[in-house]
Design a protein around this ligand. Structure first.
Ligand SMILES: CC(C)(COP(=O)(O)OP(=O)(O)OC[C@H]1O[C@@H](n2cnc3c(N)ncnc32)[C@H](O)[C@@H]1OP(=O)(O)O)[C@@H](O)C(=O)NCCC(=O)NCCS
Length: 146
């Protein structure tokens, strides 16, 4: 039987056989909707990229304890398509903290509508966010203790 979204128990979701487990923590979960598609009915890569940017921004802002801006995105590869009705799950892993920047590995998985229990990896990318002040200028990332 196919589980619907309201029956989804996050603790029961496992990675599909052959796919790597996510390295980071869950940052975003959302549903791919018809409005996110092009005229052919395929989900835009830009929609996926924006969700990943949101995940990076949320996680980096948490780490930087304040406002951040994305300065670079590297190594984006779209391995598999996202389809309408897929639940997109985005994971964020802080891989480097510089003076003012935070670099995160952002991994995107989907739960297909026919199988809500297995996450399938669709893409990943490395996002660099910069902690910025009220004037939009770089500011030091606070230390873990401070
Ligand atoms: C983010 C921004 C404030 C940084 O200002 P800047 O004067 O370029 O900053 P700096 O040159 O001092 O670099 C700041 C940090 O970013 C890092 N950085 C800059 N460019 C980078 C790049 N292309 N890739 C990776 N890291 C980069 C620097 O290494 C530095 O990190 P560190 O302090 O940890 O060593 C500025 O570039 C900006 O406002 N960009 C637009 C951001 C934006 O609008 N994003 C959304 C796009 S729609």
């Amino acid at each position: 039987m196919t589980a619907s979204i309201d029956q989804l128990d996050p603790d029961l979701i496992i990675t599909a056989p052959g796919d790597p487990d996510p390295k980071g923590k869950p940052a975003i979960r959302t549903l791919a909707m018809p409005a996110d598609t092009n005229p052919s009915g395929d989900v835009f890569g830009g929609w996926l990229l924006s969700q990943m940017d949101l995940a990076a921004g949320i996680s980096a802002a948490w780490h930087a304890r304040g406002r951040v801006a994305t300065v670079a995105v590297q190594g984006m590869e779209f391995h598999r398509p996202v389809r309408v009705g897929d639940v997109l799950c985005v994971y964020a892993d802080v891989v480097k903290v510089g003076r003012t920047s935070i670099t995160l590995l952002i991994e995107a998985y989907v739960l297909r509508s026919r199988d809500r229990k297995h996450r399938v990896k669709v893409t990943e990318g490395v996002f660099t966010c910069v902690a910025i002040d009220e004037n939009g200028k770089p500011r030091p990332v606070p230390s873990e203790e401070g």
